[in-house]
Write a protein that binds this ligand. Structure first.
Ligand code: SAH
Ligand code: SF4
Length: 393
């Protein structure tokens, strides 16, 4: 599907003078910030209060320079400016799809690039955040999976994506955003590039910042982490983040899941289901989202739908059907629309919500699984992709 409406794109070059080597306050936990302030001579007794003040400036007001932190003494502001930076990833391009979806390409330290997608809807605005540059996993239908892992993002680079999007949406009080309006960026999904549970600490710390009531203050119910099924970290996600969980399920037999989501060879469906059953109680969350990509003649039969219903029995669940989004060289096709609807119907009749995810931003390659920074050189060959998908010759 190619949209005919015009796409707008502008290239931004925001000059950023980086004070070489100074630690970035963005991404520090409260404890880390406290220690950092003490290390520059802030009296221990004052440190907690200073953290509160600086935290509010950065994460509530959206302030980026120490000089504007008017409730701090001038000398102290100067000391902060000599000792730290408040730094976000650099926005390289910003594209707006015909349907309003925005895709940002941002550059992080080392010259790497990641993509962020903002999806406006009637009742919410969702930001799809990346957790890694590339991915070590090699799901055969995923564009990101064809890019080798370059590195984990830092907590600052993860929360920085949220902050950049808020900059672009003009949503900080500092930018004059009206109070008590419905928030433009109301939800976060960790569904961009990378496997968030292979970058656990940074993802956790960044989400803690997003949830902190003195700052961005998003409820944990508005944050959804999507994993391909890194079982040992699922219980930890419940305990240490407590957000909503989505799982890239995609198949109903180990044989097919091994091919689609190779991490299944390590933690198979039965092992994954065990961890998922415990998640809602452990995290006090309502239900788990099962993501299921619809691949023509691969995982989309009525039998698959029935097996899926059986497998998830006893787990509070919603099944999100994702029509496969094509990318150049992809070894799969999207299931026909009637097939997707028939599949959805079986699940719905079994008592589960089974929304079909409308592909958003396809004209700017912003849809699920299409993200991949074009500038990353190290790619796998088509043959490698096919071999990993079990389609090799
Ligand atoms: N690594 C995590 C999160 C990122 S992927 C995970 O795998 O869950 C976000 C979602 O998009 C996952 O459910 C993923 O399986 C799905 N996806 C990947 N490639 C896709 C494609 N080409 N079409 C549709 N969905 C895709
Ligand atoms: Fe990585 Fe998720 Fe893509 Fe699999 S679907 S390759 S885990 S980003």
């Amino acid at each position: 599907m190619t949209a005919t409406a015009p796409i707008t794109q502008d290239v931004l070059t925001i000059p950023r003078k980086l004070a070489e080597g100074l630690p970035n306050l963005v991404g520090m936990t409260r404890d880390e910030m406290r220690d950092a302030l003490v290390a520059i001579g802030t009296p221990e007794k004052q440190a907690k209060m200073r953290v509160n003040q600086i935290w509010q400036w950065i994460y509530h007001w959206g302030v980026r320079d120490f000089a504007s932190m008017t409730n701090l003494a001038k000398d102290y502001r100067a000391l902060l400016a000599e000792s730290f930076v408040i730094e976000l990833p650099e926005m390289v391009t910003r594209q707006v799809s015909a349907d309003g979806t925005r895709k940002y390409l941002v550059r992080i330290a080392g010259g790497h690039e990641v993509e962020i997608v903002y999806i406006p809807e009637e009742d919410r605005g969702t930001l799809c955040v990346s957790s890694q540059v590339g991915c070590t996993l090699t799901c055969s239908f995923c564009h990101t999976g064809t890019q080798k892992l370059v590195r984990n993002l830092t907590a600052g680079e993860i929360i920085g994506q949220v902050m950049l999007a808020r900059d672009d949406l003009g949503e900080w009080p500092e930018q004059g955003a009206p109070k008590n309006e419905q928030r433009l960026l109301s939800n976060i999904v960790l569904m961009g590039m990378g496997e968030p549970l292979y970058n656990f600490e940074n993802v956790r710390n960044a989400m803690k910042i997003a949830m902190d009531p003195e700052g961005i203050s998003l409820s944990r119910r508005r944050i959804t982490l999507s994993t391909s099924g890194v079982v040992p970290e699922i219980a930890r996600t419940a305990e240490e983040i407590g957000c909503q969980l989505a799982v890239s399920f995609h198949a109903t037999t180990d044989e097919i899941r091994d091919k689609l989501v190779p991490v299944n060879k390590k933690w198979n469906i039965a092992t994954l289901m065990q961890a998922l059953k415990e998640y809602p109680k452990a995290s006090n969350s309502e239900r788990i989202t099962f993501e299921y990509v619809m691949l023509k003649d691969v995982n989309d039969s009525d039998e698959d739908a029935r097996r899926l219903v059986k497998l998830i029995k006893g787990v509070p669940a919603k099944i999100n059907l994702i029509p496969f989004n094509e990318w150049p060289g992809a070894p799969y096709q999207r299931s026909d629309w009637e097939r997707i609807e028939a599949f959805a119907d079986i699940i719905y009749k079994a008592g589960y919500a089974s929304p079909i995810r409308t592909p958003r931003g396809e004209d700017i390659m912003a849809a699920c699984g299409q993200l991949k920074s074009a500038t990353e050189r190290e790619r796998k060959s088509k043959r490698q992709i096919e071999a990993e998908a079990g389609l090799g010759h």
